[in-house]
Write a protein that binds this ligand. Structure first.
Ligand SMILES: [Zn+2]
Length: 184
């Protein structure tokens, strides 16, 4: 996996993920897909994993949550509304506690847990996030390879082969006349 994209490749990726119509979860998927290529599975429906993470990359045992700034209390935008404070304060506190509990449990279960804030996925922030994730994922892949060489190898199976398919190799080269074979 190349951790640095060429200028053209990057602008191609960016034209896809910069679109403001792309929701945060979908943008996160596109970013991970762009960086990981098509070699690794990325699951988006993870109802069997605690907390239902938005992304799960099995070959890296990595789960990713895309958390809304208000409900999950991001350090920049999280706040308790002045109206209905009695309702919101305990509710937001419960959510924050549950998030911490889930992350701890998932780590115990052997997952790496990454959290992306909704604000990091605003269309204007996605290019920056792409660069950050490129570095983080390269490191994660290297770590996974050194810890579980076999697993990292298996993750690369199913990659379309660059080799010339057998059928093509068996074809006659252009200009080759089989009737002429063996004749002077
Ligand atoms: Zn935020």
């Amino acid at each position: 996996m190349a951790d640095i994209f060429s200028k053209n490749k990057r602008s191609d990726i960016m034209s896809k993920i910069r679109s403001s119509g792309t929701k945060p979860e979908a943008a996160a998927y596109l970013l991970f897909r762009a960086i990981l290529g098509h070699r690794r599975r990325i699951d988006t429906i993870n109802s069997d994993i605690l907390g239902h993470p938005d992304l799960f990359i099995p070959s890296l045992s990595l789960v990713v949550f895309v958390d809304g700034c208000f409900y999950h209390g991001c350090p920049i935008h999280g706040h308790i509304p002045k109206t209905h404070k009695k309702y919101w304060a305990p509710k937001l506190e419960r959510t924050a506690k549950r998030d911490r509990r889930y992350r701890a449990k998932l780590r115990k279960q052997g997952y790496a847990v990454w959290r992306l804030w909704e604000h990091d996925l605003k269309s204007s922030c996605r290019e920056h996030l792409l660069r950050v994730l490129e570095k983080k994922l390269s490191k994660k892949i290297e770590d996974a390879k050194s810890k579980h060489p076999l697993m990292a190898y298996q993750a690369d199976e199913g990659v379309p082969s660059e080799d010339i398919p057998l059928a093509r190799a068996a074809e006659a080269p252009a200009g080759w006349d089989e009737n002429a074979e063996g004749k002077p």
